[in-house]
Design a binder for this molecule. Structure first.
Ligand code: ATP
Length: 351
C-alpha cells in the first residue's frame, strides 16, 4: 500500500511539458522529498497528487485506489504551501479548528484535537492571537497544524519553509522531523534546497526538466548519484566533474591526469567529491601536482581551489590544513575508490 504514480504526464495548453511520464512509488509513513531546480516539475507533481490539477496522461493510486480524477476534498490529504494563507480575521485556534469544523466534528472533539496538535507544535501560548500577531516561524507552524489536525493520511508541503530566515528554517526542519516521527503521517515535501532534502527525506526524488533522475535514500543520492546532474546538484560545494578520456588506466582532461586502474579506454566524465581528495606529497604514488588559486575559510573547514593544467579542482579539508597562499604548489591524491564515472554524453552513472 502507499502512493503510486504511473506514467504521470502534464502538458499545459501552451505546449509546455511539465512532467514527462513520472513513475514514482512510495509507502505509507515515508518522508518523501521532491527536489529539483526551478521549473523541474516539483509543484506540478505536488498539485497532481493533491488533486488540484489533472494529469494529461497516466494515473495516480493511493492505497490501491485510482484517485486520478478524484477531487481534492475526497483525498485524505493535508496541504501546506509557501504562502501559508492563514485566515487573517480568525484566531490561531480557529485557523487550526477550521478543517474540523467543515468536517462537522463535535465541539469537544475539536477542542481536544486543536489542543493536542498545538501542544505538539508548541503553539498553545498563541491560540488566542490573530495571524498578524505571529512571527514567520509561528505562522508556519500554524499552517502545519491546520494541515495535520484532522489526521490526514498524507501531508503535502510545497516549499513551506522558504519564507523563514536561515536559523528558523533549520529549527523548523527539526520540528518537522520530530512531527513526522511522532505522527507517522506520510509527508511529501517540495524543495529546491538540497540540504533541506538531505536532512528531511527518508527518500529523495530528484527531478530535472520534468523527469526523474534518481529516487533513493539521501545517503545513496549523495554517495551513488545516478547521474552527473544529481552529483552536481546535491552537495556543497558541488562534486568536481571533468570531461576527459581514459588511455591505459590513466584519465586525462585539460592537463589533469588521474590514475584510474581498471577503467576501460574511451571518453568519460570523472567525478570526485571535494572532501574525498587527500593532501599528499610529491612522493605519494599517483599524486597530482596543482597550484593554489584561491583558498576560502568555511569554518571549521577550508576550501581550496587548485589549478591543475586548465582544470580547477575544489578540495575540502578539515581544519587549517589548506590555509595556503595563492600560488603555492600542492600535491593531491584522488583515491580510486572515491572516483565516480559518468557517461560523457548522457551523464548516466557507469558501473
Ligand atoms: P519552482 O521551484 O520554481 O516552483 P517547480 O519545479 O515547482 O519550480 P513547476 O512549477 O512544476 O516547477 O513547473 C514546471 C514547468 O511547467 C515549468 O517550466 C513551468 O514554467 C511550467 N508551467 C507551470 N505552470 C504552467 C502553466 N499553467 N502553463 C504553462 N506552463 C506552466
Amino acid at each position: 500500500m502507499g502512493v503510486r504514480l504511473h506514467g504521470v504526464r502534464r502538458t499545459f495548453p501552451d505546449g509546455t511539458v511539465a512532467l514527462h511520464g513520472l513513475d514514482l512509488a512510495f509507502e505509507t509513513g515515508e518522508f518523501i522529498v521532491l527536489l529539483g531546480p526551478s521549473g523541474s516539475g516539483k509543484t506540478t507533481a505536488c498539485r497532481l497528487l493533491a488533486g488540484l490539477d489533472m494529469p494529461s496522461a497516466g494515473r495516480i493510486e493511493i492505497d490501491g485506489i485510482d484517485v486520478t480524477a478524484m477531487p481534492p476534498r475526497l483525498r485524505d490529504m493535508g496541504m501546506v504551501f509557501q504562502n501559508y494563507a492563514l485566515y487573517a480575521h480568525k484566531t490561531v485556534y480557529e485557523n487550526i479548528a477550521y478543517p474540523l469544523r467543515i468536517r462537522k466534528m463535535s465541539a469537544a472533539d475539536i477542542q481536544a484535537r486543536v489542543h493536542d496538535i498545538a501542544r505538539l507544535l508548541q503553539l498553545e501560548p498563541y491560540l488566542g492571537r490573530k495571524p498578524a500577531q505571529l512571527s514567520g516561524g509561528q505562522a508556519q507552524r500554524v499552517a502545519v497544524a491546520r494541515a495535520l489536525v484532522w489526521s490526514p493520511a498524507i501531508c503535502l508541503m510545497d516549499e513551506p519553509l522558504s519564507n523563514l530566515d536561515a536559523l528558523l528554517r533549520v529549527r523548523a526542519r527539526t520540528e518537522l522531523k520530530r512531527l513526522h516521527r511522532d505522527l507517522g503521517t506520510t509527508f511529501v515535501f517540495v524543495t529546491h534546497d538540497q540540504e533541506e532534502a538531505m536532512t528531511l527525506g527518508t527518500r529523495i526524488a530528484v527531478l530535472r526538466d520534468g523527469r526523474l533522475e534518481q529516487f533513493d535514500a539521501p545517503r545513496d543520492v549523495y554517495r551513488r548519484p545516478a547521474t552527473r546532474f544529481v552529483a552536481e546538484f546535491v552537495g556543497r560545494p558541488a562534486m568536481n566533474t571533468f570531461d576527459g578520456d581514459v588511455r591505459a588506466g590513466v584519465f586525462a582532461s585539460m592537463g589533469l591526469t588521474v590514475p584510474v586502474p581498471g577503467w576501460p579506454d574511451g571518453p568519460v566524465t570523472l567525478g570526485i567529491r571535494p572532501e574525498q581528495i587527500e593532501c599528499a606529497t610529491r612522493e605519494t604514488p599517483g599524486a597530482i601536482a596543482a597550484v593554489v588559486d584561491v583558498s576560502e575559510c568555511v569554518e571549521p573547514d577550508t576550501l581550496l581551489f587548485a589549478k591543475c593544467g586548465d582544470a580547477t579542482i575544489i578540495v575540502r579539508a578539515a581544519g587549517d590544513d589548506l590555509s595556503m597562499a595563492p600560488g603555492q604548489h600542492v600535491h593531491l591524491r584522488l583515491p580510486p575508490a572515491a572516483l565516480h564515472r559518468f557517461h560523457r554524453e548522457t551523464g548516466v552513472r557507469l558501473p
